[in-house]
Design a protein around this ligand. Structure first.
Ligand SMILES: Nc1nc2c(ncn2[C@@H]2O[C@H](COP(=O)(O)OP(=O)(O)OP(=O)(O)O)[C@@H](O)[C@H]2O)c(=O)[nH]1
Ligand SMILES: [Mg+2]
Length: 323
């Protein structure tokens, strides 16, 4: 059996080492690995049930990992198995991310019903990698019925995370308005659930005020999901206060989108968008891998920068030249 087939086989038997290896393979930039990854994805066993994919975003330090640790514990208590794909932001600086988030989710990382996978964020926009969608599929095939994607709420990563998850959760901290939290309006519009974390100790009262403010603000927004009023809840991930209520809202959301058919229609449109995005990126990659093309692009880029060419015309000329 070749590597891809034996990995797929082992994943079907819920072999965790195979799962880790498979994710490394799908995330690899090496051409040889990419063709193996394609084979692997095609050979993956169909999941017993589709996983609920939970996207979690929020400003750095808001408590996303702590929340996942607590939420994951409750999910496991209820009979679920939980895979976590996360990017340790410190890895942007250090280049390595193997310990960071695992140490922030010690209980979950040690639980046999959980799988915590920090991914290096190099070469990606603030966290969610190009192949996170594939990594999710591998986790599903390995039998995890809840897959959580943690992303730092800066840059484009939240858009990307929202485009590959079923429920999207925005985690905030008490006190400041969204400008101060560094959260863009657009991100609020992506959220199916807004949580104000750290509602404990001295911050408890401020948290309640923040909840009212955001609840009022969401009233003016177009909700992402039809017939779903975005709940805004205070909680403490650290003290495990209100996390069960959050879990219940999440399950309620899952029932709503399943019954209304929104879940499958959303997944269909997400998949076709992902195809187009992968095509864009893949074609550009291949185009630029050719040295002559890369040089020509660089030359034209300078012309465009100096205002001698408009970007649109320059791109068209480049494409005409090479196709
Ligand atoms: N008081 C209080 N502190 C919390 C709570 N949740 C998280 N923290 C603390 O906030 C800090 C950051 O928590 P993380 O869970 O690492 O936050 P994060 O959003 O995952 O951070 P990044 O991944 O670095 O963006 C830690 O020191 C936590 O102990 C909470 O509910 N209450
Ligand atoms: Mg974190």
């Amino acid at each position: 059996m070749n590597i891809a087939a034996s990995l797929a086989d082992a994943i079907g038997r819920h072999d965790r080492r195979a799962l880790a290896q498979a994710i490394t393979l799908v995330e690899s930039g090496l051409k040889e690995h990419q063709s193996q990854a394609r084979e692997l994805l095609a050979a993956l066993p169909a999941p017993a049930q589709p996983a609920l994919r939970i996207g979690i975003t929020g400003p750095p330090g808001a408590g996303k990992s702590t929340f996942i640790e607590t939420l994951g514990g409750h999910l496991i208590d209820r009979g679920h198995s939980v895979a976590v794909l996360t990017v340790d932001p410190s890895s942007v600086v250090s280049g390595g991310s193997i310990l960071g988030d695992k140490t922030r989710m010690p209980t979950l990382s040690a639980n046999e019903k959980a799988f915590v996978r920090p991914s290096p964020s190099s070469g990606t926009e603030g966290g969610v990698g190009r192949f996170t969608r594939e990594a999710i599929a591998v986790c599903e095939a390995a039998g995890f019925d809840r897959v959580i994607v943690e992303t730092v709420g800066v840059g484009q990563s939240e858009l990307r995370a929202a485009s590959m998850t079923d429920v999207f959760v925005l985690l905030l901290v008490p006190g400041s308005g969204d400008e101060l939290q560094g959260i863009k309006r657009g991100v609020m519009e992506l959220a199916d659930l807004i949580l104000v974390n750290k509602a404990d100790g001295q911050l408890a009262q401020t948290a309640n005020r923040t909840v009212s403010e955001y609840a009022a603000a969401t009233g003016f927004l177009q909700a992402r999901t039809a017939d779903w009023k975005v709940p805004v809840l205070a909680m403490s991930a650290l003290r495990d206060i209100g996390v069960v209520d959050v879990l219940e809202q999440m399950e309620k959301f899952f029932v709503h989108v399943t019954k209304s058919g929104l879940l499958s229609s959303r997944r269909e449109s997400q998949a076709s968008e992902a195809l187009m995005q992968a095509l864009h990126e893949g074609l550009l990659d291949r185009f630029l891998r050719n040295e002559k093309n890369a040089d020509e692009v660089e030359r034209v880029r300078r012309e465009v920068a100096m205002g001698r060419l408009t970007p649109g015309l320059a791109a068209r000329a480049l494409i005409d030249q090479f196709t």
